[in-house]
Design a protein around this ligand. Structure first.
Ligand code: PHE
Length: 340
């Protein structure tokens, strides 16, 4: 349908430019936005029957195409009227500014969608500091100064403030939140993170994560899997499956990689999933007893799981963005695309 809309916009723009009389222009107008026989009107009428997901994508695009066409028609009409002398020209009338429409950043779209999803499941949505103490970013998470994990998450340190870092992940909020709210607690924390990366299409020094954790009595790995499955089917549809494979993170035990069946091939194997049929989406596991202790909780009494997902990666997958650096480049050509 998006293709059809693009095609309508291109062909109608050409027809508008080619129309050399007002009558001509009127018939172009009737054929595209006319109430009875307009091609675009016909599409707009079918929007009601689309799924909510489709509506979110096609609706705004269709409206935008309609507005663009109306602007083109109005501009051409003014030109033709001027030539034919048909309309009175008010030379004091200000020129219409070019219409620029604002839109949410693709990362915000994905973030808001997930926030809404987790809020509906009873999770708090929390915010944490981007400039974080080494203590919360590393130490409480079982990553002492000499731990090799610090190398994998090298970041930006602040001159004259050796104990502050630009946070490398949102996991530090596990302890901050538990200190503030205690257990039981279910919360998610979206946020911007930073790492000292040699940037390329897949690596960026600034990116977005989405942390989630649940702590309480008898919280299990099974609960984690259930939450990941609900999240994955929300993102990629009801036939999506989740598998957990062991992976080391110092602040979870056991630590697991949460993988979902590839959103492009459905698990058959394709270029996106490098033939495996699976996409690594979540880093997760059961919160390490040391982390619970750091949050002044007794690991004999409560347990919890935590997961982190890359919002930036989810947005790349959802919108087919091939280069992660696009998100921060501030390039209006990228940001004003209407595919979001
Ligand atoms: N913080 C980890 C990362 O940045 C992800 C993670 C979150 C892993 C929660 C386990 C539990 O890679």
């Amino acid at each position: 349908m998006l293709k059809q809309l693009d095609e309508i916009l291109t062909s109608v723009a050409a027809a508008i430019a080619a129309s050399d009389s007002l009558a001509d222009l009127d018939s172009v107008e009737i054929n595209v936005v006319g109430r009875k026989q307009g091609r675009l009107t016909a599409i707009l009428k079918t929007l009601g029957g689309l799924s909510i997901e489709e509506k979110k994508i096609v609706g705004p695009r269709a409206q935008k195409v309609k507005i663009e066409i109306e602007i083109l028609i109005a501009a051409r009409r003014a030109e033709l009227e001027a030539v034919s002398g048909a309309g009175l020209i008010d030379i004091s009338e200000p020129v219409l500014p070019k219409q620029n429409y604002g839109a949410l950043h693709p990362i915000s779209i994905v973030r808001e969608d997930l926030e809404k999803f987790f809020r509906s499941k009873g999770f708090l949505v929390l915010d944490g500091p981007e400039l974080e103490s080494e203590f919360y970013n590393f130490e409480v998470l079982n990553i002492p100064a000499d731990h090799p994990a610090r190398d994998m998450q090298d970041t930006f340190y602040i001159k004259d403030h050796p104990s502050l870092v630009m946070r490398t992940h949102t996991s530090g909020m596990q302890v901050r939140a538990l200190e503030t709210y205690g257990a039981p607690l279910a919360a998610v924390v979206p946020g911007r993170c930073f790492r000292n990366e040699a940037t390329d299409v897949r690596h960026e020094h600034t990116f977005y994560q989405f942390e989630g954790f649940v702590v309480g009595e008898r919280v299990t790995l099974g609960d984690l899997k259930g939450v990941l499955e609900a999240c994955a089917t929300h993102l990629y549809g009801p036939s999506t499956r989740v598998r957990l494979r062991p992976k080391f993170y110092p602040f979870v035990e056991p630590g697991v990689n949460g993988e979902v069946t590839c959103s492009m091939c459905g698990g058959a194997g394709c270029t996106l999933c490098k033939g495996t049929g699976w996409l690594e989406i979540f880093g997760c596991g059961m919160i390490h007893p040391e982390v619970l202790r750091a949050a002044k909780l007794d690991p004999e009494k409560v347990s919890g799981f935590a997961f982190g997902l890359g919002l930036t990666r989810i947005a790349m997958l959802k919108f087919g963005v091939g280069d992660v650096r696009e998100f921060n480049a501030g390039d209006l050509n990228f940001l004003q695309q209407t595919i979001w």
